[in-house]
Design a protein around this ligand. Structure first.
Ligand SMILES: [Zn+2]
Length: 367
C-alpha cells in the first residue's frame, strides 16, 4: 500500500510545497502509523539526507530506528513524534548503518542503549562532521570558479549539503554492538536486528518486527532513488534483497523514498544485475570505471529501464568503481577523503550531462 493509505500523525506544518531539493513531494513529510505501534517518519522524496526513520511504540517505551543527518532535524522530528513519545519515550536507539544521514543525531540519545552491528560501530568514524563541513565550504568556493568540472563539483556539493547543518554534530557511537542476529525484547515486543552487510556500507542491518511483519530496511533498500554501494560485495546486497522477497513483509520501510513493494525490490535486483552485465564487458576492454559508467548511463538500454528515472542516477559512477574493485581491477586512487571528493566530482560531471537527472537543483548553475 502507498504511504498515503496510512494515517499521517504529525509533521511540518504548513506542508512544504517543495522538498528540501526543490522537487514536488511524492508524499507528505511526517510521522505515519503503519501497524499496531509501528511508525515511520518519512521524508520526501528520498534524496541526499531525506532519510526515513522508524519508531516502535512498545507500550510505555519506544525504540527509535536511526536519527537524522544533523541534531536540529533530529530535534524537530522528535518534537513531531510527541503524540507517541509523551506516553512511550525513546529508551532505545538502533542504527541500521553508519552513514551520517542515519546517525548524526545520535547525540540527543547518547545516554540510552544504542544498538548497531560491530562493523557499523567500527566504521562510523570513517567520515567526520568536520570533513563534511570542509566539503560544504569547498563546494561554496568552487562553484564561483569558472573552472569546468570543479565548478560543477562545487554546485553539486553545495546543493547536496545546503539543507543541513553539521556544525553541532558530535559523533556518538553505538554502545551495544552485535554480529549476525540479535533480538531486543521491550515490554514483551520482539525487535529483531539482522546483519546483512557488508554491502551498502560495512555494517548494514535490517530491523524486523515479526509480530507485525514490518521491515525497516535501512539503505539496502531505496525506492525510486538510485542505490549506492560504498562497501560491497554486490552479492551481499542481492542476497539481502532476495531475503526480503522471501520474507514477504507486509510493510517495507526503505532508508530513502516511499514505502517499497515486492516489485520495487525486484527492480533493485534488476538494477544490480544490469550494472554487472553491462559494465563487465567494458571493464575487460580496458575502459575506466568512470568512462564505463558514463557510457552505460547514456545507453538506450539503460534509458529504457525504470531505474533510469530514479533520483541521483549519477551514483552509477560510485557503483561502477566499486564493482571494478570487486573484479580485481585496481584503479588509481587518491588518499582518504580526497578519493570521495573525486568520486563526487565525477558524479557531478555525469549528473550535469543527464538532462532528466533529479534532484535538478544540484545542476542549477544559476543558484
Ligand atoms: Zn546510507
Amino acid at each position: 500500500m502507498p504511504i498515503t493509505a496510512y494515517e499521517w500523525i504529525a509533521g511540518p506544518a504548513p506542508e512544504p510545497e517543495l522538498t528540501r531539493f526543490g522537487e514536488i513531494p511524492l508524499f507528505r513529510e511526517g510521522l505515519y502509523h503503519l501497524k499496531d505501534g509501528c511508525y515511520a517518519w518519512m521524508v520526501p522524496n528520498g534524496s541526499w539526507g531525506e532519510t526515513n526513520i522508524g519508531l516502535i511504540d512498545c507500550g510505555g517505551e519506544s525504540v527509535l530506528i536511526d536519527t537524522c543527518w544533523d541534531p536540529n532535524l533530529t530535534r524537530s522530528m522528535l518534537s513531531h513524534m510527541q503524540p507517541v513519545l509523551q506516553h512511550s519515550p525513546v529508551e532505545y536507539l538502533i542504527n541500521t548503518h553508519g552513514d551520517g544521514d542515519h546517525c548524526w543525531g545520535n547525540q540527543l540519545l547518547a545516554a540510552k542503549p544504542i544498538y548497531a552491528t560491530r562493523a557499523c560501530a567500527a566504521g562510523m568514524r570513517h567520515y567526520s562532521p568536520a570533513s563534511l563541513r570542509a566539503l560544504t565550504h569547498t563546494g561554496r568556493v568552487l562553484k564561483r570558479l569558472p573552472l569546468g568540472s570543479l565548478r560543477l563539483f562545487g554546485h553539486y556539493m553545495s546543493g547536496m549539503f545546503s539543507p543541513y547543518d553539521f556544525s553541532e554534530v558530535t559523533l556518538t557511537e553505538p554502545n551495544q554492538t552485535f554480529s549476525g542476529e540479535q533480538t531486543l525484547t521491550v515490554r514483551g515486543r520482539e525487535i529483531v536486528m539482522l546483519e546483512v552487510g557488508p554491502g551498502h556500507t560495512d555494517g548494514d542491518a535490517f530491523v524486523w518486527i515479526p509480530d507485525r511483519s514490518v521491515l525497516y530496511a535501512g539503505d539496502v533498500i531505496f525506492t525510486g532513488v538510485t542505490p549506492v554501494m560504498w562497501a560491497g560485495p554486490v552479492e551481499n546486497i542481492c542476497r539481502a534483497l532476495q531475503r526480503v522477497l522471501e520474507m514477504k513483509p507486509a510493510v517495507i520501510v526503505p532508508g530513502h523514498g516511499p514505502l517499497a513493494t515486492q516489485m520495487d525490490i525486484q527492480h533493485l535486483l534488476d538494477y544490480w544485475e544490469f550494472l554487472q552485465d553491462n559494465l563487465h564487458p567494458l571493464s575487460t576492454r580496458g575502459m575506466s570505471s568512470y568512462d564505463a559508467a558514463c557510457e552505460v548511463a547514456a545507453s538506450k538500454s539503460f534509458r529504457q529501464q525504470p531505474f533510469a528515472r530514479w533520483d541521483s542516477p549519477e551514483r552509477i559512477v560510485t557503483n561502477a568503481r566499486n564493482l571494478y574493485r570487486e573484479w580485481g581491477i585496481d584503479e588509481p586512487s587518491l588518499p582518504g577523503t580526497l578519493q570521495t571528493m573525486n568520486l563526487f566530482r565525477q558524479q557531478a560531471c555525469l549528473a550535469f550531462s543527464m538532462a532528466e537527472a533529479s534532484p535538478t537543483v544540484m545542476r542549477h548553475l544559476s543558484r
